[in-house]
Write a protein of this length. Structure first.
Length: 281
């Protein structure tokens, strides 16, 4: 799905929601805040032997906007997390090497769904949507354990995905509420760009990522500070699984080198906590 198509669908959904209800029944909210996540990415060979891993804390910023009626809602959500994580891997000959990776994660989603349950307080939800994920992965040059210099590598991942989820209110009173949010994500299409930073004179290239899936589970506590002000705290666990890509030929000045490249199977497991300040209007 192109970005233009996504914007058109969002406009149609917004028109249908707002045109069918009295203004008094439509509410909006804007939330901004921050998060801290523990990033854990691991690559495996065809025998499921660990090749390398990247781990470390990443601070981030998050925001979302929501439009809702008594029964329906639509929302736009986004977060960005830049930072540096530890790289623990090996050379092509298997010599251990450690360095740092400059990292930036960006994720944005447009979703909508149905609200059900008691009219007062926090209702349950069923929802679906479309999202976009971007990962900037700049592995810095370093030195292997035997003293051999190791070249750096810049990879940029991006993919579109569909998501399906539910949010269930587990407990609430006039001031506080506890909600469980669970969502499944399915990749539509993804690519990985590779910049060799001049290593061996290879031309930059790109790979088609294998279509895989992921999921996210969050537990949100909300506190109504005022009728139109809410504070939320959400610890969460997020997972992505990417399959082994097809082989791609490497070139040098446009000519074939006979060398090949692939993206190994990988698993990403992130644990974090997000704090948002919501304003209703």
């Amino acid at each position: 799905m192109s970005r233009t198509t996504a914007r058109r669908l969002a406009g149609i959904a917004l028109f249908l929601v707002t045109a069918s209800l009295p203004a008094a029944e439509i509410g909006q909210s804007l939330a901004i805040g921050g998060e801290l996540l523990w990033f854990d990415y691991r690559e495996f060979d065809e025998n499921d032997v660990l090749l390398d891993k990247e781990t470390g804390p990443l601070p981030g910023f998050a925001a979302n906007w929501e439009l809702k009626s008594p029964r329906w809602f639509m929302a736009a959500e986004a977060e960005i997390a830049p930072g540096i994580v530890d790289y623990d891997g090996q050379t092509q000959t298997g010599t251990p090497t450690r360095t740092d990776t400059r990292t930036l994660l960006f994720d944005a989603r447009l979703l909508g769904g149905y609200r059900f349950g008691p009219a007062a307080g926090h209702r349950h939800r069923l929802y679906a949507g479309v999202g976009y994920h971007y990962w900037y992965r700049d592995i810095l040059s370093g030195t292997a354990s035997d003293g051999t210099p190791v070249a750096g590598l810049l990879e940029t991942y991006q993919w579109a995905y569909l998501l399906f989820g539910t949010r269930l209110t587990l407990w609430q009173n006039p001031t506080h509420a506890l909600q469980l949010d669970a969502r499944y994500r399915w990749m539509l299409a993804g690519t990985m760009g590779v910049d060799f930073k001049g290593y061996a004179g290879y031309d930059n290239t790109s790979l088609a990522l294998a279509t895989e899936d992921g999921w996210r589970l969050g537990l949100t506590w909300t506190w109504s500070l005022q009728p139109d002000r809410i504070l939320s705290v959400e610890p969460y666990f997020s997972a992505w699984n990417l399959g082994r890509s097809d082989l791609a030929a490497l070139t040098r000045n446009g000519a074939s080198t006979g060398d090949l490249i692939l993206e190994p199977r990988s698993e990403t497991r992130n644990v974090g906590v997000r704090v948002l300040y919501h304003y209703r209007f």
